[in-house]
Ligand binder design. Structure first.
Ligand code: DGL
Length: 248
C-alpha cells in the first residue's frame, strides 16, 4: 500500500496522476482536517503534525509515502531522517518552468508557510529566473476547501490584478490546480505548472528501482480523515472531475 498525504483535498491533484502512472497500486490517503490549514502554522507545530501523520502510515505498514502537500514537503529532510522507507515529496514545479521558459515573466503561488521556508528558497535560488515573483496566498487553500465559486473568483481576480503581464504561473500548493479554470478565466494566455505528474513519475521510478511495484491487477483507494468526519464521496467526486477535466 502507498500512503499519500495532504492537509485536505489538495492531494487529490497528485493522486489523479498517481492513478495514471500506477493504476494497480493500493492507496491510503490521509487528509489531515484536524490540523488544516497547514499554510499558517509555525515550523514546530508543523513538524509535530507531520510526524503524527507519518506514524499512521507506519502503523498501516505502507511500502512508500507520497507527501502530496508542498507545505509539509518543506520538512522533507527532517522526515526522511526519521523514517526508513521511500518518501516521495512534491515540490513547486520551478524546475519545469525554468527548463521550458526561464526567460518568461513568472509568478509562483504558495502557502504563507512555504513562501518563507528554507527549502523553498533553496529551490528558488537553484532555478533562478530573470523575472520571477513569489506570492503567498493567505487563506486560499481554505477557500478551495469551502468551494464557494463566487468567493474563489473574487480572490483570484484580486490576486492577479498586479500581475496582468505574467506569462507563466507555478502552482506551489496542491490545492491550487483545483481552481485552474477560475485562474484561466482571468489569465487565459498563461501557462500553469504543477508538480503532480512529476511526483507520480518519480514515485514510479523509485518503486521500480526498489522492486516494490504492485503485481496485482486492480488498484484501490482508502480515504482517512483525521477529524473522523467521512468525506469519501466528495473526495471520489473531486478525483473523478479532476481526472476527467483537469480541474473542477
Ligand atoms: N495543499 C497544501 C500544499 O500543497 C497545504 C494547504 C494548507 O493546508 O494550507 O501546500
Amino acid at each position: 500500500m502507498i500512503g499519500i498525504y495532504d492537509s485536505g483535498i489538495g492531494g487529490i491533484t497528485v493522486l489523479a496522476s498517481l492513478l495514471k502512472e500506477l493504476p494497480n497500486e493500493e492507496y491510503f490517503y490521509v487528509a489531515d482536517y484536524q490540523n488544516a490549514p497547514y499554510g499558517d502554522k509555525t515550523k514546530d507545530a508543523l513538524e509535530k503534525i507531520v510526524t503524527k501523520n507519518m506514524d499512521i502510515f507506519m502503523q498501516k505498514r505502507c511500502k512508500a509515502i507520497v507527501i502530496a502537500c508542498n507545505t509539509a514537503g518543506t520538512l522533507k529532510d527532517t522526515i526522511r531522517k526519521k523514517y526508513d522507507i521511500p518518501i516521495i515529496v512534491i515540490e513547486p514545479a520551478i524546475k519545469m518552468a525554468y527548463d521550458r521558459h526561464k526567460e518568461k515573466k513568472t509568478l509562483i503561488l504558495t502557502t504563507p508557510y512555504t513562501a518563507q521556508s528554507k527549502s523553498f528558497h533553496h529551490l528558488y535560488k537553484k532555478y533562478e529566473m530573470k523575472d520571477c515573483k513569489i506570492f503567498a496566498c493567505k487563506d486560499l487553500a481554505t477557500l478551495i476547501e469551502e468551494g464557494n465559486e463566487k468567493k474563489i473568483k473574487k480572490y483570484v481576480k484580486k490576486l492577479f490584478l498586479p500581475y496582468q503581464d505574467v506569462e507563466q504561473v507555478i502552482l506551489g500548493c496542491t490545492h491550487y490546480p483545483l481552481i485552474q479554470r477560475q485562474m484561466k478565466e482571468i489569465l487565459p494566455q498563461v501557462m500553469f505548472y504543477d508538480g503532480g505528474l512529476g511526483t507520480a513519475k518519480q514515485t514510479k521510478r523509485i518503486l521500480a528501482r526498489k522492486k516494490l511495484l504492485s503485481t496485482s491487477k486492480i488498484g484501490t483507494i482508502h480515504f482517512f480523515f483525521t477529524d473522523q468526519k467521512d468525506r469519501t464521496e466528495k473526495f471520489q467526486k473531486v478525483l473523478d472531475d479532476y481526472t476527467n477535466h483537469g480541474q473542477l
